[in-house]
Structures are given as structure tokens and as C-alpha cells.
Design a protein around this ligand. Sequence first.
Ligand SMILES: [Ca+2]
Ligand SMILES: [Ca+2]
Length: 337
Amino acid sequence: MIPGGVANPTSITFGGNILYIASGQVGELEKGAVYVARLEEDGSFTEPVMYAAGFHRPTGILAVGDTLYVSSRGVITALRDRDGDLVADEAREIVQGLPFGRIEVAGEIEVHQTHGLVLGPDGKIYVSQGSRHDRSSGPHPLDGTIFRMDLDGQNIEVFATGFRNPFDLDFNHRGDLFATDNGPHNDEIYPTAPDEFNWVLEGRNYGYPTIFGTPPPGSDVVSPLLTWFPQIAPSGGFFYDGGPFPNLTQDDYFLVHFHTWTVLRLRVVFNGETYEVTENEAVVRGFGGPATDVVQGPDGWIYIADWAAGKIHRLYYLPAFDVTAPMEVGGASSPGP
Ligand SMILES: [Ca+2]
Ligand SMILES: [Ca+2]
């Protein structure tokens, strides 16, 4: 087991008081695994243990009832732990043949695959699916889309198109869907293409591979609510749904990103016609490397996956001191390899 954490956590989620951690190491793509740690009543976590293994870079994870869904390269897997020992004893690839690609930047980095999973208000799972190419769309009908499906992986439908590499997605308290999208590598071809934060509307096109950022007048491409340039490479994000933080509202969206190692908070407010980002601030800085995911726990606190250090941090509120402080899952031993 990995003491004190989980190596290269890519995505985290809670199912009740169980924290699921997807782990995927660069260069060891078959060694992707899911670990679990239980949140105890005193606020501590049990040492992470392996729930399931054998995933080719898992990057999306979602617990619905007794089923854990994991996205990895080309597939979505449904897992169950039938006897409650925190080890999955049933694994079924409920979707196969999803697009994924490979590009080379500074050596070899595998990118663009199926990523985020979220349960919609209609009871379907919504999935953010990257394009298998860096600058063009692939032939697969789900390439560069957000699609939805039944809990058993059936009845897949495209919900919106024109995404390059949307890492994560979430619904807000009004039942509207939002997703980030990562822009292409900036060079002479795309010198100023930004990353995006989008309100995702059914049947609409979000521009990729021809339009990045704000579309020209008259275009039917949906304009992002917010862009980042220079790029930040957004990864995980979620809408806060209420709880112990006194100053937060259900309009607050938390986001981590790969480049600048911070947690951002956006306040995303419906003005009667569309959404506006009325606040945008960095709430946590100073990770030693990229953060990959941020979620809300059943205790209402915020949990952050620190990819480089192999740790999960807890962001909580101390009224007496009005500060926040990190806390590790699984005790204070050394980080994973
Ligand atoms: Ca089991
Ligand atoms: Ca776009």
C-alpha cells in the first residue's frame, strides 16, 4: 500500500462516507487503479486501500448507489463491492470503444480521452469526452462531445458538441450543466487560444476545432462564460451545494487546474437570461505541483487531489481563527512515490 496517500490521484469522489481516489501514473498506463479511504465520525480517514486495478489512465469517477463508475482510455467501467470489504468484486465495462488519442509534447504525453462523469437531474450519467486529436475532430460520433447515458451504459446520446478536452463537468443547483474545456497548445497556429468555462446547453456547438474562445458575431457557436489566457489547463471542478462554510453559496464553483497549482472559486450567477461569473479568486495556492480534482465531502468540507504529492487535502473552516488549512488523508506519513 502507498503510505500517507495515493500516487498521482487523477480524480476523486465520495459515495457516502467512502472517498474513492482514481490513480494513474504517467508512463505506467496499465497501472491505473482506484483506492478507497473511509471518512470516520471523528473526521479522520482510514489508510487508503486498493479497490480495483487494471485501468488505462482513469480520469473520471462517480459513485451512484452501490455502483462506482470509472472512465479510462476507451471505456467506462461499473464496479461494485458486494460484500462491503472495500474491494470491488464485480467489474463490468459498460461502454467500450470510446475515442482517445496520443500527442507528443516534450517527450510523450497521452491526452484526450473520456474524463468527467456526473449524475444529471434526469438520472442519467453525463460524460465529458475529449477529442482524440489535438487540432481536429475525429470520426467517432462521440469525439469531442458531452454525452449522456443510462446507468447501465445504454441509450448513449450526444448532449453538446465542439469540445477539445473537457476534463470535468457538474450541474448547479438550478439543474444547469457546466464544463471546462482545455484549449490547444499555443504555438504559431493557435497563438492565443484560451481555456474555457462553458454553460453547456443541449444540442449546441462549443466551437472546436474551428473556434476557440469568444465566437465571431453571427456564429451559432456558444460563447464561453469565462476564458483563461495564458492557459491554466482546468481539470476538476464542482458546484458547492451548501454546508459549513459561512461565506459560500450554491452559486460557487470550485476549480483546480494543472498549470498554476491553485484552487479557484468562481461565483456563477443566473441573471434571468444567462450566467455571469461575478467573482473569480484563487482560494488556495502553493501546491508543489498540479492539482487534478476538487470535490465536496459528506461533511461539507472541500477535498483537493494533489497529483504531484500524492495527497488529498481537506479545506475547512475554523471560525475562531478564520483560516483554512490542509489535512492529509491516511495520516502524516511520507507521500507516495
Ligand atoms: Ca468486496
Ligand atoms: Ca469553445
